[in-house]
Ligand binder design. Sequence first.
Ligand code: FES
Length: 119
Amino acid sequence: MSASENLIYTTAPAADAWIELGALDDLFDDGQCYGTIINGLKIGLFYIDGEVFCVDDICTHGNALLSEGDLEGYEIECPLHAGAFDVRDGKALCSPLLKDTRVHNVRIDDGVVFVQLAA
Ligand code: FES
């Protein structure tokens, strides 16, 4: 499912708010990657070994959605030029990437995923 298919929170959430995204099973019913939009910010979520990690979905190198890339271990490969990020800390791992990406906090309560956006 692409980010454009999921649109929540068209107004700004309060700073430090935990935003409910939905049930874990629903978000990742067809894969380990999920993209959504919160108040215009595209975020990508990645479900790996029972944990969910969240980073900015737009690649720091160009206009591509990481949630539409290939996930291998903790590395997400951008679908446009194959740059890769570590979804745990947002580190850019290879060229052509020159800039890390932002990481957002994720919490899972009773199978429901919440995200807290980075400042
Ligand atoms: Fe992501 Fe170029 S747009 S590596």
